[in-house]
Design a binder for this molecule. Sequence first.
Ligand SMILES: Cc1cc2nc3c(=O)[nH]c(=O)nc-3n(C[C@H](O)[C@H](O)[C@H](O)COP(=O)(O)OP(=O)(O)OC[C@H]3O[C@@H](n4cnc5c(N)ncnc54)[C@H](O)[C@@H]3O)c2cc1C
Length: 399
Amino acid sequence: MDFSFSAEDEEFRMMMRDFFENEYPSDIVEKIGRGHSPSKEDYQRSERALAAKGWLAVNWPKSDGGTGWTANQKYIFDEELERAGALNVVPMGLLYVGPVIYTFGTDDQKKRWLPGILDSTTFWAQGYSEPGSGSDLASLQCAAIREGDEYVVNGTKIWTSLGQHADWIFCLLRTDNSGKKQEGITFLCIDMATPGITVNPIITIDGKHSLNSVTFEDVRVPVENRIGEEGKGWTYANYLLGHERTSYAHVAGKRKQLEDIRATAMRTESDGARLLDDPAFAAKLATLETRLDALELTVLRTLASVAEGGAPGEESSILKIIATELAQDITELGMEAHGAYAQAYFPDSAAPAWTDNTPVPAGAAPAVAQYLGARAQSIYGGSNEIQKNIISKRILKLP
Ligand SMILES: Cc1cc2nc3c(=O)[nH]c(=O)nc-3n(C[C@H](O)[C@H](O)[C@H](O)COP(=O)(O)OP(=O)(O)OC[C@H]3O[C@@H](n4cnc5c(N)ncnc54)[C@H](O)[C@@H]3O)c2cc1C
């Protein structure tokens, strides 16, 4: 397999780098760099800057408004975005429901919902998990009962990322309890302005508000908002989860974090010597750098196999595990590099402007935010234990 990039790819890289350095909103890069959470407006401004170039729907086919880029170009785009410290796109619209709509939706549904995703005017949330249904998602019970031309929805969704910003939510709902639990699940798109919907914040360990629970009380949803057939939602959900799990590598973002840790360890003293000269610390850093090289090669191998006509398939489960475990270990070393300063963390919700005036080294606050935030990576998108089950059953074919 040839992992090298062509001259055209390198030219493409320079075009991306120039955009992120000179045209992308620099105030957003600075804000994220200080460890603050992006606002809804930040997400939308970031996405509109990409949309203005035609670079927002990176993975979509050209016929549906995507870039039509090759796998290598998509990879280079991600690398340059993360290298610049720009915001990743909000996945719920662009990576999750968009592909479901253009694959399984009617022409009317495509006309109705895709433009708002493509110009980042509609903010989507994902309503899958419920208080009693996470890993065992097919056991979900939030119900949609058909009454004429409408479904009446009752129940609770939980862990709804950025649900407080959402204009629309796509949900898996129980329309039939009589057969196998995977059957009788229906995929509905729901306008968040519909009467009967309440969004309740959940504050996470990092003190941030990105999660919510969403309750539905007699919420009336037109049947025309259903994607595909009633009772076939599980099929569409599985298609979507495949898309979700291939998006976790973030190699360039991790490379940047490791460079920041190395720079911090060069300036930081530990017992009168540079932290970077501490053999135990240096060994940990080198191990993480090597693991990142291995992750990058795994991603490039997947790209090469896609370019040669293969499909990533279940390999996305392997990538998810190694990428998210590495993310957690990198952020742990980031905390170690900042030592006592890592204790001085005030989350957004407690003191929104603290990093601007607080006398701790730049980087200490983002390091803590990244460490706490990375804990969730092995849970969402299907927990890592569930990914191991998938690997043992579908790749290793164990009984
Ligand atoms: C930050 C964050 C954002 C999220 N965003 C969204 C969102 O936008 N929309 C949405 O719908 N959901 C979202 N989720 C929910 C996420 O998909 C679930 O948390 C996840 O599927 C795990 O479900 P659970 O939390 O109910 O844990 P459980 O399923 O109760 O699992 C608890 C523990 O048991 C283990 N376990 C469970 N079953 C097995 C098994 N068969 N074999 C081995 N181990 C097992 C799990 O690995 C885990 O360690 C988000 C979660 C987080 C943390």
